[in-house]
Write a protein that binds this ligand. Structure first.
Ligand code: COD
Length: 302
């Protein structure tokens, strides 16, 4: 599976609406135009009306192709966009020209936010040269230092998303620096516990085996060389990291060193959320949007 396949998959789903928080951003508007051309979704663009219309013009989007709702500041735009999702007027939330921390604040707001009572987490999907499958990484951007129960929920969110994106039975590698349990390394203890929780049915729908170091998780040769016998080693679909620092470094290595393409989203909320950053390419923003649209679950939009 390639990221491009997610675009095809998303275009087959109809009737989804995306609320964009602070849409006055030329890079984002390019992704919106491409999403409209691929018939991925309808858009409600929140933000400074004049600036939004000017960005739409620049991107070649006719004025009547999206609903535009004026908001004086990016923070107000974030609030209105989150409310729109909360009130079921939109199925996906997308970050535009607003600080991540502001959007997260409204997302986590008890009255108008997108909380469901379960942990919200970040999932990225990488298309890496030399790999014929997507490699999912979690959590590289939201949960700072998850404990065991948070890791359990982070993996469950990623498994659910990977399944909706077409991975029938995800293989999950909880990463550590070594593949043996070392009481001095918390990541190895948590990985072993997660593996047992999976075997006892506490994390269903996937196979978890760890701890695994990155090489053993993704390279069969490396795993064989070390004599590791594991149902996941060498063929992991989901890499679950111990901390935001490990995740962030791996995410950026895949983009900058490995020249991977990426799409990313936040899962576990009332609706999927696309948290793009300014440095993301329009293509990456489009993949993220497709990923989010493919994981819309109308049941959770109560
Ligand atoms: N899922 C569900 N609820 C949450 C989550 C979560 N992941 N995080 C916090 N909450 C709830 C808490 O239960 C609480 O009720 C409320 O939100 C506030 O909790 P705090 O005080 O712990 O939350 P904050 O605002 O201090 O932190 C939440 C952030 C998500 C902002 C924080 O975890 C954070 O800064 N994460 C890193 C974001 C980041 O910098 N990423 C970098 C790359 S984009």
């Amino acid at each position: 599976m390639k990221l491009h396949d997610l675009l095809n998959k998303a275009s087959l789903l109809s009737g989804n609406t995306v609320a964009v928080a602070s849409a006055e951003d030329p890079g984002l508007m390019e992704a919106v135009r491409r999403a409209m051309e691929a018939s991925l979704a309808d858009f409600i663009l929140f933000g400074d009306k004049d600036k939004i219309y000017s960005c739409m013009k620049e991107a070649g989007i006719p004025k009547d192709h999206a609903a535009v709702v004026h908001a004086k500041t990016p923070a107000r735009a974030a609030e209105l966009a989150v409310r729109a999702v909360h009130q079921n007027e939109a199925d996906v939330l997308m970050k535009g020209n607003v600080q991540t921390s502001i959007l997260l604040k409204y997302m986590l707001n008890k009255e108008i936010g997108l909380r469901t009572g379960q942990l919200i987490s970040h999932i990225s999907a990488f298309e890496i040269p030399g790999f014929d499958r997507l490699i999912f990484l979690t959590d590289a951007a939201m949960n700072v230092a998850p404990d065991l129960s948070q890791k359990q929920q982070i993996i469950m969110n990623a498994v659910e998303a990977a399944k909706l994106l077409g991975v029938e039975h995800p293989l999950v590698a909880p990463l550590a620096a070594v593949e043996t349990v070392n009481p001095a390394m918390q990541a190895t203890l948590d990985a072993a516990a997660l593996t047992l929780m999976n075997r006892r049915g506490q994390i269903p729908g996937c196979t978890i085996d760890g701890p695994l170091a990155l090489d053993n998780a993704i390279s069969k040769e490396a795993a064989e060389h070390k004599g590791i016998s594991s149902p996941v080693a060498g063929q992991a679909d989901i890499l679950a990291v111990h901390s935001i620092e490990a995740g962030n470094a791996l995410y950026k290595s895949l983009v900058y060193f490995a020249k991977g393409k990426v799409g990313a989203m936040i899962a576990g909320a009332r609706a999927p959320v696309v948290l793009t950053s300014r440095s993301d390419t329009a293509e990456s923003k489009l993949y993220s949007l497709a990923m989010a649209l493919c994981t819309v679950d109308k049941k959770t939009l109560k």
